[in-house]
Design a protein around this ligand. Structure first.
Ligand SMILES: NC(=O)c1ccc[n+]([C@@H]2O[C@H](COP(=O)([O-])OP(=O)(O)OC[C@H]3O[C@@H](n4cnc5c(N)ncnc54)[C@H](O)[C@@H]3O)[C@@H](O)[C@H]2O)c1
Ligand SMILES: [Zn+2]
Length: 364
């Protein structure tokens, strides 16, 4: 399997670290952790679903290196990304005699990653953080950017901190147990990255997505490496979110509205899939992109088995959800729109009627 080992170097001030991607990595976790940190102790945070499939091999490997593991198994799901559960991490690791060099390791998807990262940012004002993402979404998205945090009843991700991991260790073989809907949700971000940055890779997407959906490990490894590279480049070029990092929001202004109005009936990836269709149609209506390219974009989203039509939500409610979001922050609504495959522009002069039309087009 050596041919499917990838290392992507991420260089985001104030940190630089490697994202290592290798099928079977989990069995060597202890050795890698030792080399990386030199620590003989780790707080290992995971959730009940991930624990069922992947905690034993991780523990075995860490134990075989003589590493003392403080385990913390949290309930699974976005509704548990709360201060209460971060408190459970504090309650497990603080009494276990940790010091400022004792790393916290997140073995899980974005929920576990965000909570563990937040705990690592705050325990003793910052302990090292090692991420072991177990979903495609967290592998290609949450692995770069250093964002950590939790939800509040008022909204998602409202409390948090920037805390860069010291390394991200990805074993694509863990994706063999990931529910299909979660895999597909992660593919939405992969399709997004190519639409905003890489026309050449986009041209091969049909084949790659078909292979990825069969969970071919070489395909998944290469796909993760490619997407981590794109996200790293975008974040490296705009570490303070002043400009082009907003490109990563392609499909998300619409997508968040669909998630919200459907009361999270649509997954994040499904919302973003539909959102990318709407944004592309909006770009076409504004004369930014040709119809043929829009058809290709919709084809790729469909090839990922994401929805591209059949929206059952009220159009005005969706538009209101987008506008309301922005009114609160006092900022004009900004759309990330493709002007060709592999390239996007930011526009804040989009007529609300055109937004409504783009949403309405999804109902057919
Ligand atoms: N920090 C960032 O930059 C960033 C970026 C993107 C998303 N996020 C956050 O990530 C979260 C979404 O992440 P997610 O989609 O990974 O969700 P998740 O962590 O909730 O995982 C999805 C589901 O899959 C289960 N699961 C995870 N790995 C598994 C595996 N290998 N086998 C079987 N089941 C498995 C989980 O228990 C959960 O039920 C959101 O809270 C979002 O805000 C953060
Ligand atoms: Zn997203």
């Amino acid at each position: 399997m050596a041919e499917s080992r990838y290392t992507v170097h991420v260089n985001v001030a104030p940190a630089a670290y490697d994202v290592v991607i290798e099928p079977g990595l989990l069995r060597h976790l202890g050795g890698m952790f030792t080399k990386l940190t030199g620590s003989k102790k780790v707080g290992l945070v995971t959730d009940t679903n991930v624990a069922r499939h992947h905690l034993a091999p991780a523990l075995n490997s860490l134990n075989s290196e003589g590493i003392e593991v403080i385990p913390c198994v949290l309930p699974a799901g976005e509704e548990h990304k709360t201060l209460e559960n971060v408190g459970k991490i504090y309650d497990k690791v603080l009494p276990a005699g940790i010091d400022r060099r004792t790393p916290l390791m997140a073995l899980g998807g974005g929920v576990v990653g965000d909570m563990t990262g937040f705990a690592a940012a705050t325990i003793l004002r910052g302990v090292p953080f090692v991420q072991v993402p177990t979903t495609l979404l967290s592998s290609v998205d949450a692995s770069v950017g250093g964002k950590t945090g939790i939800d509040h009843p008022v909204g998602k991700n409202l409390i948090g901190a920037f805390h860069q991991p010291m390394a991200v260790l990805i074993d694509p073989a863990v994706l063999l147990t990931l529910p299909e809907r979660e895999l597909i949700s992660g593919l939405a971000e992969c399709v997004k990255h190519d639409i905003i940055r890489d026309a050449d890779h986009f041209a091969q997407l049909d084949t790659i997505l078909t292979q990825a959906l069969t969970r071919d490990l070489e395909t998944l490894s290469a796909l993760i490496a490619h997407n981590v590279t794109i996200k790293a480049k975008v974040v490296e070029a705009d570490p303070f979110e002043k400009g082009e990092r907003a490109h990563l929001n392609f499909g998300h202004t619409f997508g968040h509205a669909f998630e919200k109005v459907s009361e999270f009936g649509y997954s994040h990836g499904e919302g973003v899939g539909l959102g990318m269709v709407a944004a592309s149609r909006l770009a076409e209506a504004m004369g930014l992109i040709d119809a043929d390219s829009v058809q290709k974009i919709i084809g790729a989203i469909g090839a990922a088995r994401l929805p591209v039509s059949g929206l059952k939500l009220d159009v005005q409610k969706c538009v209101a959800a987008m506008l309301y979001d922005k009114k609160v922050s006092g900022v004009k609504i900004r759309f990330v729109l493709p002007d060709r495959i592999g390239h996007v522009v930011i526009r804040d002069d989009v007529p609300p009627e055109a937004v409504a039309q783009a949403v309405a087009s999804l109902r057919e």
